[in-house]
Design a protein around this ligand. Sequence first.
Ligand code: GLU
Length: 313
Amino acid sequence: MSGVAGRFAPTPSGKMHLGNVLCCLLAWLSARSQGGKVILRVEDLDPERSGPAFERQIEDDLRWLGLDWDEGGLEAENGSYCQSNRAGVYEAYFARLKSRGLVYPCFCSRAELHAADAPHLSDGRYLYPGTCRGLTPEETAARMKKRRPAWRVKAPDETIAFTDLHYGPYTENLAAECGDFVIRRADGVFAYQLATAVDDALMGVTEVVRGRDLIGSTARQIWLQKELGLPSPVYGHIPLLTDADGRRLSKRDGDLELQKLRQRWRPEEIIGMLAAAAGLLPAYRPATAAELIPGFSWEKVRREDIRLPGWIK
Ligand code: GLU
């Protein structure tokens, strides 16, 4: 195997829909076409939203689709690829950030955050106004007695640049475009940004392929890896999938859940349909994932939203 390692990183909080399938397909093809391995990490950080029953279903769906993995999953190595079992690892990295003064406790409640006239960026993202950043040690101690804080990174005025595998050069200024972001919630659960940045590095992932909706997280994750002395993978973001009318898919589109589609279609029909919609095949034909490996290239994958054909239901 080459040194390339791709990954699937599903959040087992629901059933897989076609957007998740497309993401796994492209991550798998990109890694396999370079002779690389695939790791399955279970992003079950939030115990209230995710659970092993969904993860089992996702693993069964991936196998059914012919998207295999070499490492990880629910049962592997005593669950050490499940984020819910890795709090101790995140704790150690969190402590490093804390000892370097890069994080601070935030006592703002959700209601306060909503009430504050916080600036919003043009894409709807919210910038924390820094309310708790300047608290004195006495103020912090007094608040600690009343409420468990969340923890935020002091976003520096630093511009992170990376070259996306699919969209090319991308830059983001952390202070101006992300603001002070949460890496640990008030209930103690570590946030996605920290867990994912740490896990991609420690698990030896060299290539992250995921939905374009997450491109805005990439600068934060690269910055965290840099500050923690960890390597960064390369990132490739993929277009969003829409229905035949151009509307974004969401979990509400129950019809496009893989579980339902599995009752009517064979895996080659679903893979071939997604490959044609994404630009990997000139026209629809049934195809296995393995058959698509030799012809895969990022050049062929569309950059604009990917529209599903009307017949897939
Ligand atoms: N767990 C995330 C999801 O299922 C993906 C995170 C990532 O790829 O970094 O949407």
